[in-house]
Ligand binder design. Structure first.
Ligand code: SAM
Length: 337
């Protein structure tokens, strides 16, 4: 079993999403779920998707419960509970970091960061494979991007460009929009959904910075489940669906998202809103006490009768200093064949 990132103190959820006792969830009531008929898709697992260091982003070193990363121009130190091994680089390499996450619980936003060399602004220029966007110091140790997702972005980029026809992408839990920008640049029509108004604002800003302002991206601030249900009722259809849900989150109207309770229904809706010749559904999960076998079984059952294959495993980042792999999340994706 892949231990929870919660326990390792590397939760990607925002603080608000760690609220104590959740109220029960979507008003429409539980979606009646039945096992889908038809042969299960082929399977490919375990599949470990690696992000290697490059000029945009590198995991420089890790160890002693911390990680040292290069995000564009800046060297950043953050806690990393999984790094139970020793640092490979000498101390001076860590000491020359530009920003260190302090985790000061009395502070908000930038206050939780220390800038040893010179005070830094909240944002800075970043780039992924030629797409410009903003890195940003947030109060919850995140920096506006999850570099491990690049494996999914590259895969999706290939699917869109290889389709030879218009492709519609739905990006649920889209955060600051990198996946949406990659899809839009590849030529897709994109619908991006996130519950956070702030995140939607950052994503729109990234669209401008990426000079993709003329690309068709709908930015929607809504609860992912509600939006997907509505798309199902309206008969909207997508060729690719991405979903990267937190373990626990809230929609803009307080709707509760609980991964273990709600993912089966959301996955089922994702199947229902696929276009006649869909390309893929890509699920990532993190901060949960589960193995990729669990989401693999869910995805295979959900896409029974659709052909194609379900491949599942982990997203990892390969460290530059000593080549150790840092696991960040579980994934499972259905891909048409
Ligand atoms: C970890 S982020 C996703 C990261 C994104 N896939 C990426 O690679 O940049 C999770 C996002 O889910 C959003 N979220 C949490 N609960 C939600 C809900 N009920 N409906 C829609 N979005 C939600 C949060 O605002 C956050 O932006």
């Amino acid at each position: 079993m892949k231990p929870s990132r919660d326990r390792r103190g590397d939760n990607r959820s925002e603080p608000s999403s760690r609220a104590a006792t959740p109220a029960k969830t979507h008003e429409a009531g539980p979606r009646p779920l039945a096992r889908r008929d038809g042969p299960l898709p082929h399977e490919n697992l375990p599949l470990i998707l690696e992000v290697q260091p490059d000029e945009d982003y590198a995991l420089l070193d890790s160890g002693g419960g911390e990680k040292l990363e290069q995000y564009g121009p800046y060297r950043i130190v953050r806690p990393e509970g999984q790094a139970i091994w020793q640092k490979a680089l000498p101390a001076r390499e860590w000491q020359c970091a530009d920003a260190v996450f302090t985790g000061n619980i009395d502070e908000e936003g930038m206050g939780r960061w220390r800038f040893p060399k010179a005070p830094l602004g909240e944002t800075w220029p970043m780039r992924h494979a030629g797409i410009d966007y903003l890195g940003r110091f947030t109060s919850f140790r995140h920096v506006g991007v999850f570099p491990e997702q690049a494996s999914h972005w590259d895969h999706m980029d290939g699917l869109i460009r290889g389709a030879g026809r218009p492709v519609k992408v739905l990006n649920l839990f889209g955060y600051t929009g990198l996946a949406s920008l990659v899809a839009a640049r590849a030529g897709a029509e994109v619908t991006h959904v996130d519950a956070s108004k702030k995140a939607i604002g950052w994503a729109r800003e990234n669209q401008e910075i990426a000079r993709l302002g003329d690309r068709p991206i709908r930015w929607i601030c809504e609860d992912a489940m509600k939006f997907a249900e509505r798309e199902e009722r309206r008969g909207s259809r997508y060729d690719i669906v991405l979903l990267d849900p937190p373990a626990y989150g809230r929609g803009p109207k307080g709707e509760v998202w609980q991964l273990f309770d709600d993912l089966p229904a959301l996955a089922d809706i994702c199947r229902s809103i696929l276009a006649p010749k869909p390309l893929a559904v890509v699920l990532t999960a993190y901060s949960i006490r589960a193995s990729f076998f669990a989401i693999h079984a869910l995805m295979r059952d959900t896409f029974a009768g659709m052909g194609g294959r379900v491949e599942s495993g982990e997203l990892v980042i390969r460290e530059k200093s000593a080549g150790r792999a840092l696991s960040t999340s579980l994934f499972s994706r259905w891909v048409a064949e």
